[in-house]
Design a protein around this ligand. Structure first.
Ligand code: FAD
Ligand code: SIN
Length: 531
């Protein structure tokens, strides 16, 4: 297969890029591939909403910029923050034009929510299912756009570079170039190569590296691992954001999220004695940035020896709760919790990767003709901790910027046709899937036990030793076994785990989401860790 533009991922980042590019180039082909169903994305599960200054008489770009930078704890790239905050509202208007609906009040004005770290009400939402509505609108628009082809169940294994032409490629090779990808097409069960002039990675996050996560099964950090294998640059992987309030429901995976907007509407965190504890930790109480709230909950749980704390919404009127959070209300009721009478048991869960594939202000990666945007990318917006509801915004702003930069470049690129077919010689069908499933569980356990909200040098060292063993065993398996999505995903989350631990080991300080009790202070040196 050959195409001008190849988009990997059908979440908000990939679809924004595909639509823009398709409309700009009605004569060119845009191929979007996705590893399961088109709408099975982190995007679909977004609850709280999308942050944006829609009315400058009530809010300001400066305040949104300031909130983003305070959350980012010194590591945000100010230029990128400025870009996202200022260009964001235009992108929001565009998705509204595609048909996405955001809630309005009786006066017909957008009903804005508030979440941790925001100094103003500035979050547009669609009830508590904002991502579902945005994904719906984008996929609908894609369906109307003739020059976009969307293929489901097409698993990308690796990006193709000079390495596949037989050249030695190292981190210092100049002009490493992307020629396309090898995919396991699950519709034909064949490994195929897709050659492309421009490739965009929009592969989302990596929450599945942890035992407890809000991320769906697809979030295995595939794009990040592929770029690392291709010797591209990855940055700031140690900054994994734990959402403070996932519903505590042992055995359920992924964890159901209780959006931070519930605290924005007055929800209060309480410990097992019913004490509202956030005032002990931060003057912004329950609406402090996520890193602070998650650590506070972790501390309360450890002190009391419990596996969760509570979110108390009993004082919020039933009508108002159901109006804003119908999905949460129903979910809680389905497990016997009437939020108007009972407190909701909650605990932190891995939620968002602030680091990722290093990109510049146009979404260009360190590999030629390869772009990245959305959660898999590290643009510099989030620094050491992402401000709530800035992720959907960043994905749209950078989907647009990648389009602007790549749209005309495509005319200067020839497709490289001398790429060999995939070589599966010496491999056979896996004899025991348990070798893969058990390793996934081990990896998730190691990451949760040793590389969670609170870290120490010894825990990180121990994690690295365990990962080393898992890596060696999995590479052996990979060499001898016919590839499957499960095996590739295992390889990818081991790589992501390694990158998180490596980043955490390099960062000899506590900043934002990275908290190491052996290095409790902040270093004077503001640095991004690039691997
Ligand atoms: P995704 O939407 O995750 O899409 C990734 C795509 O890549 C999928 O189509 C997947 O199939 C594809 N893919 C991955 N690997 C491969 C492969 N190997 N081969 C082929 N295809 C592949 N952010 C906010 O701003 N506001 C919120 O309210 C909010 N709430 C959230 C609630 C939850 C429960 C979760 C999990 C996240 C939330 N976030 C929120 C974060 C936000 O949803 C994500 O960061 C964002 O949607 C990521 O979009 P994306 O396009 O980068 O990736
Ligand atoms: C939430 O709704 O609490 C999640 C928002 C986000 O991750 O930005």
């Amino acid at each position: 297969m050959q195409t001008d533009f190849l988009v990997i991922g059908s979440g908000i980042a990939g679809l924004t890029y595909a639509l823009k590019t398709a409309k700009h180039h009605p004569d060119k082909k845009i191929l979007v591939i996705t590893k399961t169903q088109a709408d099975e994305t982190n995007t679909k599960y977004a609850q709280g909403g999308i942050a944006g200054v829609m009315d400058e008489s009530k809010d300001s770009y400066d305040k949104h910029r300031e909130d983003t930078e305070i959350a980012g704890d010194g590591l945000c790239n100010k230029h990128i923050v400025e870009i996202v905050v200022k260009e964001g509202p235009e992108r929001i208007k565009e998705i509204i034009e595609y048909g996405a609906e955001f809630d309005k009040d009786e006066k017909g004005e957008y009903s804005l929510g508030r979440e941790g770290g925001h100094s103003e009400y500035r979050i547009l939402h669609h009830k508590d299912v904002t991502g579902k509505e945005m994904e719906r609108a984008l996929l609908h628009e894609v369906g109307q756009t003739k020059n976009i082809t969307l293929i489901n169940h097409c698993f990308v294994i690796d990006i193709i570079t000079q390495h596949h032409l037989g050249f030695l490629v190292t981190k210092s090779t100049p002009d490493i170039t992307c020629y396309g990808v090898y995919v396991l097409n699950l519709n034909t069960n064949q490994i195929e190569k897709i050659l492309s002039k421009i490739t965009l990675l929009a592969t989302g996050g990596n929450g599945q590296a942890y035992r407890t996560t809000t991320n769906p099964r697809i979030a295995t950090g595939d794009g990040i691992a592929m770029v690392y294998r291709a010797k591209g640059r990855i940055e700031n992987m140690e900054f994994i954001q734990f959402h403070p309030t996932a519903l505590y429901e042992p055995g359920e995976s992924p964890s159901f999220l209780i959006t931070e907007a519930v605290r924005g509407d007055g929800g209060i965190l309480r410990n097992k004695n019913g004490e509202a504890f956030m005032e002990k930790y931060d003057e912004r109480k329950d609406l402090a940035p996520r890193d602070i709230v998650a650590r506070a909950i972790d501390n309360e749980m450890k002190k009391a020896g419990t596996e969760h704390v509570y979110l108390d919404c009993r004082h919020i009127s039933k009508e108002s709760f159901i109006h804003h959070f119908p999905n949460i209300y129903e979910k809680c009721l389905s497990i016997g919790i009437d939020v108007t009478k009972h407190m909701i048991p909650v605990s932190p869960a891995a939620h968002y990767s602030c680091g990722g594939i290093k990109t510049d202000e146009w979404g260009r990666t360190s590999i030629k003709n390869l772009y990245a945007c959305g959660e898999c990318a590290s643009t510099g917006l989030h620094g050491a901790n992402r401000l709530a509801s800035n992720s959907l915004l960043e994905a749209m702003v950078f989907g647009h910027r990648c389009y602007l930069d790549s749209a005309d470049k495509v005319n200067e690129i020839n497709v490289e046709i001398n790429i060999p077919d995939w070589n599966a010689k010496g491999t056979s069908d896996p004899k025991e899937m348990i070798l893969i499933t058990q390793s996934v569980k081990e990896l998730q356990q190691v990451m949760s036990d040793y590389v969670g909200i609170v870290r120490t040098d010894v825990r990180l060292h121990r994690a690295m030793k365990r990962l080393d063993l898992l890596f060696t065993e999995t590479e052996e398996l990979y060499r001898s076994t016919r590839v499957s999505p499960q095996l590739c995903e295992l390889r990818n989350i081991i790589t992501v785990g390694y990158l998180i631990v490596k980043g955490a080991e390099f960062r000899k300080e506590s900043r934002g989401l990275h908290f190491n009790t052996d290095h409790p202070g902040k270093s004077q040196l503001l640095q991004n860790i690039i691997l």
